[in-house]
Design a protein around this ligand. Structure first.
Ligand code: BGC
Length: 393
């Protein structure tokens, strides 16, 4: 089992804290980080802190990545999750641009999947069932009749091993998880690595890798909810998605198989358009999603790292660009049924954040015409997504 590379002093502190925390039956993250691991200038990697202990005794760690411009990203081992991304606005003031929680209990429950890696299969598999090489596999149905984000205990719910790194590209954390054969119904032992790197160009880069010992399916994504203003709703954010087509869905949000043109629909984001401009449009697909909850067929060549999304938030001046090697993007406009309790007594309203989930298309294992998500022994799944932050005057 790989462990974070920490100094002996740090390990001692972590153990002491874990013991103290367990003795007090605490599981909380509402105190300032108290354990400093590697992470000051010139050494091995980002700072680490124990933020609490799960009921089974597993400690959860959080890492803080910093770059030369002062940008800060925190990442946690539970769900290999993004907990915060602090970027400057046009006046240089740092603010958190992703939705998050205060306590570890909230991060454990996390019904909206704030910040986590979703897998083995990001988004839905129809009926919780697929057939591969003549064998039918049955998965948990945790979203009405369908399987969602890897099941009842997906990659968002497990504690990943973490290795802090100092790379030429910037401070990084490499998260690893070995998903046993049969976990959540999937065949094959799947070994997964997700490396987050914060560059001095204010980019957060995610490199995904997976390998299997038996034929299986895999589709990995990150489920961060962005709000570049750091507050309110995202309806005034201007969004551009480089996609001529999207995948319409049935009433249970499973793609019908059609790749429909965005032209003349509320799904046409080929030029910058406020997210809220057509979010209540009288359109069957908007009604099904309760807003946007759809996969876009990204233009360009799958496998090539290309810029596919641009976002601008007018009040803060913040911008976000997304590059990916993936063929699809689930754009989810945070269509919460009821407000969600955030940190510091804040409440997140409907549309408080939006997800840009770079991925293969939902339900690909049952849709032979979609790009394949099958992974076989001897192959390595790789995928890269870059979130690039900036400002405009
Ligand atoms: C899905 C939504 C779902 C949300 C939270 C998104 O990726 O597309 O349908 O409600 O995740 O689970």
């Amino acid at each position: 089992m790989r462990r974070a590379k920490l100094s002996r002093r740090t390990i001692g502190l972590i153990v002491a804290l874990a013991v103290a925390c367990t003795a007090a039956a605490c599981s909380r993250s509402d105190e300032p980080p108290v354990v400093t691991g590697a992470g000051t200038a010139g050494d091995a990697g980002p700072a680490a802190a124990v933020i609490g202990t799960l009921p089974d005794g597993t400690t959860v760690e959080r890492f803080t990545l910093r770059n030369a411009t002062g940008m800060e990203v925190t990442l946690a081992t539970l769900g290999a999750a993004i907990h915060s991304i602090r970027t400057p606005d046009r006046s240089g003031a740092l603010g958190d641009v992703v939705l998050g929680f205060e306590t570890l209990d909230q991060w454990v429950a996390n019904p909206p999947y704030f910040g986590v890696i979703v897998g083995r299969y990001a988004n839905r598999i129809a009926g919780g069932r697929f057939t591969l090489d003549g064998t039918t596999y049955t998965l948990a149905t945790n979203d009405g009749p369908n399987h969602l984000h890897g099941g009842t205990r997906g990659f968002d719910k497990v504690v990943w091993q973490a290795e802090p790194l100092s790379t030429a590209g910037g401070q990084a954390v490499r998260f690893s998880y070995v998903s046993p054969d049969g976990e959540e119904g999937y065949p094959g032992t799947l070994t997964v690595n997700v490396t987050y790197t914060l560059t001095d160009d204010n980019e957060l880069r995610l490199d995904y890798e997976a390998a299997t010992d038996a034929p299986t399916v895999v589709n990995l994504s990150n489920h961060a909810y962005f709000n570049l203003a750091g507050d309110g709703t995202v309806l005034d954010h201007e969004l551009q998605i480089d996609a001529d087509r999207y995948t319409p869905v049935d009433a249970t949000l499973i793609p019908t198989g059609e790749l429909a043109p965005v032209e003349g629909t509320p799904f046409d984001f080929r030029s910058p358009t406020p997210i809220g401009a057509r979010i209540d449009a009288d359109h069957e697909q908007i009604a099904i999603g309760g807003g946007y909850d759809h996969n876009f067929v990204l233009n360009g060549t799958s496998g090539d790292l290309r810029t596919v999304v641009r976002v601008y938030e007018p009040t803060s001046g913040r911008t976000l660009e997304v590059d990916t090697t993936e063929p699809g993007l689930q754009f989810y406009s945070g269509n919460f049924g009821s407000p969600i309790e955030g940190p510091g007594g804040r409440t997140y309203p409907r549309h408080a954040g939006f997800c840009l989930e770079t991925q293969h298309f939902p339900d690909s294992p049952n849709q032979p015409s979609f790009p394949s998500t099958v992974l076989r022994p001897g192959e390595t799944f790789t995928s890269t997504t870059v979130f690039r932050f900036g400002v405009r005057p």
